[in-house]
Design a protein around this ligand. Structure first.
Ligand SMILES: NC(=O)c1ccc[n+]([C@@H]2O[C@H](COP(=O)([O-])OP(=O)(O)OC[C@H]3O[C@@H](n4cnc5c(N)ncnc54)[C@H](O)[C@@H]3O)[C@@H](O)[C@H]2O)c1
Length: 427
């Protein structure tokens, strides 16, 4: 039975992440972000380069996967190296990644270093005969990204880039609904996109001695980091390209260092206008001074809106629909709300039960659940290695995303609108 309640349309979209109508898609251990181990496969030996914040989060999940052995860890910051060793107790420890790459038993390496190190380390790893998982934004410049593509082609190894949304059932489900004309007809499935990544954070890491400042706070310096667009926007630009099956035709924007005047030189506020073919625009906002609206992507079509986000703790997130003309069958079973005369449905992950909905609605949406993003993307990576099939988020995905990120930053810096030659996305 459909349940109805009256709320305003704006507050529905804004509060999608908090809405009470819920369908479980996934659940995770909220206290640790850890996941049950996936099914067996042939053993794979890996090395982890960069055991800082993200490296540790990834290792916490990967050490629980069956038949994945972390044989070595590497970090140039001693405290982080110690943390890495603590998580993979049998691993050899290095402060020079070239030594790790000499280990013959290692089949793949995870490059989880700062953005400015990705290309150098990934190319060295590929040339050493290793498969690579490299975090996003894949490279610091378009030229570096191109060299990474060439290295993959030269070595015939795989490189998967850390765009975990491409492996997430929530996002796959949203794409399926876009492709089946739930929010718009085939010729105009999406007419406009809004994305935001807002947070109350100074983005600073604790530095025990000023000599470590640039190593640990690399994000704050434009010679080492692409700032908000590379750290946050990279994910969302990639989702837009993926869902539209297209790349931007022009970019422009504004960036300011407005608040955190502490020696950094990356913007703490950005607003970008990303123009896609056929007049589709994406409005992008990211601010570090106010977390209002959090993180999310809204895909708008003539029939309705899909609102997506990945939340914290790991594994939570939501997929909300504002349905116009066409309703998938499960909508009738799920908790729905009347908002200004239109039917809207919200699906939230990380919850076991559907509030007030028929039990089989949960099955209809596909309760693949029980995992978080990192597990999904690494299951994908290890499956690629075991089966010899290229990754979904491959080096070309990483290249194209790097192009857009770099061009938006360039447009903001030059205070101009840059028209993008489609050839730029060919590699
Ligand atoms: N996919 C995601 O959702 C996601 C989330 C967070 C971070 N990231 C990405 O992960 C990467 C790392 O981010 P982080 O937050 O862990 O940063 P971090 O500063 O916490 O960790 C980076 C680590 O790399 C080490 N390092 C630097 N140069 C090195 C080298 N030459 N050899 C070995 N180690 C080296 C540093 O000492 C540090 O410990 C970035 O590219 C970031 O964008 C991705």
């Amino acid at each position: 039975m459909t349940q109805t309640g009256k709320i305003s349309r704006r507050s529905f979209i804004r509060n999608a992440g908090l809405a009470t109508a819920a369908i479980a898609i996934r659940a995770t251990n909220k206290s640790t972000g850890e996941e049950p181990a996936p099914e067996d496969g042939r053993p794979i030996n890996i090395g982890v380069i960069g055991t800082g914040s993200r490296g540790q989060t990834i290792m916490r999940n990967v050490v629980r996967m069956n038949n994945i052995n972390i044989l070595a860890v590497c970090d140039v910051y001693p405290e982080h190296l110690k943390m890495g060793q603590r998580m993979a107790r049998k691993a050899e420890a290095f402060d020079d990644y070239r030594k790790l790459l000499e280990m013959k038993d290692i089949e793949a390496v995870l490059v989880i270093t700062p953005q400015y190190q990705h290309a150098e380390i990934s190319i060295a790893a590929l040339d050493a005969g290793k498969h690579v998982f490299c975090e996003k934004c894949m490279a610091f410049s378009i030229e570096e990204a191109k060299n990474m593509v060439l290295a993959v082609r030269r070595t015939k190894k795989f490189l998967q880039v850390g765009h975990q949304r491409r492996y997430n059932p929530l996002y796959l489900k949203a794409l399926q609904h876009i492709q089946t004309e739930v929010i718009g007809p085939k010729e105009h499935p999406i007419t406009a996109i809004r994305c935001q990544w807002n947070t109350n954070s100074d983005w600073r890491s604790f530095v025990p001695d000023p000599k470590w400042e640039k190593l640990l706070n690399w994000r704050l310096y434009s010679d080492l980091s692409g700032g908000l667009m590379a750290e946050f926007g990279s994910h969302q630009v990639d989702v837009a390209d993926w869902f539209l099956g297209a790349h931007p035709v022009a970019v422009s924007g504004v960036g300011q260092l407005m608040f955190y005047k502490d020696g950094r030189d990356v913007w703490d506020h950005i607003n970008a206008l990303i123009e896609y073919p056929n007049g589709v625009t994406m409005n992008y906002t990211s601010v570090l001074t106010n977390g209002y609206d959090g993180v999310g992507e809204q895909f708008m079509g003539p029939y309705g809106t899909i609102s997506l986000s990945l939340g914290y703790p790991l594994g939570t997130g939501n997929l909300a629909f504002e349905i116009g003309k066409k309703q998938p069958v499960w909508v009738k079973l799920a908790h729905a709300q009347e908002v200004e005369g239109r039917t809207v449905v919200t699906l939230i992950t990380g919850k076991k039960y559907i509030a007030g909905a028929e039990k089989d609605a949960q099955e209809k949406i596909g309760a693949e659940g029980e995992k978080n993003d990192i597990v999904y993307e690494f299951e994908g990576f290890f499956k690629s290695l075991r089966e010899g099939t290229p990754p979904v988020a491959d080096v070309v995905v990483g290249y194209r995303d790097t192009v857009t990120v770099c061009k938006i930053n360039e447009a903001i810096a030059k205070q101009t609108r840059i028209v993008l030659d489609p050839a730029l996305y060919e590699v």
